[in-house]
Design a protein around this ligand. Structure first.
Ligand code: GMT
Length: 384
């Protein structure tokens, strides 16, 4: 099949899913054409069966806001025609579904069908804002197929936009469990490598490691992770590793200074490969206000790392509470720290949860999920 994929190329869950879906489809022999304003991250090492089409946005003094949505729809229509795409798959509703709708109008409705995958904030934060509401609803309703990354997201899309649930298909996010797994190198050596990377002796041999990976937006509730860590570090010898970048990094650093915790917490910045951090983690934290799925938590589980995360949104569909971690009210600092201390101070519980984490992740292995996308493409194209 010739498949067009459009996504945000920057670090983030929807871009990661789109890039890895493209890689897997290409591995299966399909021709994948990425259309975006930049090369999606996680894609740089792959090229067989993958092409990248860059969207050019013209600047002009009149444009306070250059109309990317329009340039994207033009590029989509060009690629649909030049590459004779069978299907176009866009990730994140805004503005991608709208551009795809316009591209379809340009080339003719009989020439291309498009699928929109909803990822979370496109519904729960952006699409439901009054300035986007009507166009988001219109673009979802006019997609030839719609997928949601969790049942939670399907339900909230149906409620927010009065769209029938049977118009949408849940296809969970996936993980490459061959890549995301504990390596066989000794944990001490792995910790040493991390210290070398950080340029200081941050991790001691016996320190327990807690990690968090995100875009540091307010939804991730970084302050609550730090407040909980304050109590955790009084009870167990732990270190906290933050991976990623975003608006709340400065706030986090200020809080850590105030709490005199700076020497127990490090920031690695954006990292393409997060396996080295997950490899040395004893616990992963994701107490967000809401997660439609929580891809980073799945990647942690796949590396046998238990998760303490939010009970809100779709995370309960990924992390089974009490088995491979604990799900808590993200504003209940006591609950976050108690759950973490419980796991970190009981080596038997930690090892059971770590085994259960890997088992759980195997349910979301790429081999199980990718065929669901291919089946859906075929259904939308009326091939089955
Ligand atoms: O986490 C974010 O805010 C980024 C966002 C994105 O679109 O890049 O993530 C959303 O999509 C991910 C992939 O499907 C999900 O795993 C995340 O749970 C979801 N984020 C939220 O719902 C907050």
């Amino acid at each position: 099949m010739k498949i067009g994929i459009n996504c945000y190329p920057t670090f983030g869950g929807s871009g990661a899913v789109a890039a890895e879906l493209g890689i897997e489809l290409a591995r299966l022999g399909h021709c994948v054409h990425f259309i975006s304003y930049g090369l999606p991250f996680r894609l740089s090492d792959y090229s067989k069966n993958i092409s990248f089409h860059e969207v050019e946005v013209m600047s002009y003094p009149l444009f306070r806001y250059p109309p990317y949505t329009l340039s994207l729809s033009v590029k989509m229509s060009e690629v649909i025609e030049s590459e004779k795409l069978d299907i176009l798959h866009v990730h994140y509703a805004m503005p991608h579904a709208t551009s795809a709708y316009l591209a379809q109008q340009i080339v003719g409705q009989d020439k291309i069908k498009f699928i929109t995958t909803l990822h979370g904030t496109d519904i729960t934060f952006v699409g439901n804002h009054h300035s986007f509401y009507k166009i988001t609803k219109f673009s979802i309703e006019n997609s030839n197929g719609v997928t949601c990354v969790s049942n939670f997201l399907k339900k909230s899309t149906a409620e927010t936009f009065s769209i029938k649930e049977d118009r949408m298909r849940v296809i969970y996010n996936f993980v490459d469990t061959d890549k995301y797994k504990k390596t066989h190198e000794s944990i001490d050596r792995e910790k040493e490598k991390m210290n070398e990377f950080l340029g200081k002796r941050f991790l001691g041999k016996d320190d327990l490691v807690i990690s968090h990976i995100s875009n540091f937006r307010p939804v991730k509730k970084i302050q609550n992770i730090i407040k909980a860590f304050c109590k955790i570090s009084q009870n167990v010898s732990a270190r906290l590793i933050f991976v990623g970048d975003g608006p709340d990094v400065s706030l986090a650093k200020m809080m850590l200074e105030k709490l005199k915790l700076s020497d127990k917490v490090c920031f690695t910045g954006l990292q393409e490969d997060i396996v080295p951090v997950l490899n040395i983690s004893d616990l992963y934290m994701l107490p967000s206000k809401n997660e439609s799925f929580g891809l980073s938590a799945l990647e942690a589980l796949s590396c046998s790392v238990p998760v303490v995360g939010t009970k809100n949104g779709g995370l309960p569909e990924v992390v089974s509470d009490g088995e491979c971690g604990f799900l808590v009210d993200p504003d209940n600092i006591e609950a976050i720290s108690d759950a973490a201390i419980k796991i970190l101070s009981d080596s038997k519980l930690k090892s059971n949860m770590s085994e259960a984490a890997r088992e759980r992740a195997l349910l979301f292995d790429r081999e199980k999920i990718i065929p669901q996308y291919l089946n859906y493409y075929n259904e939308v194209l009326n091939y089955v």
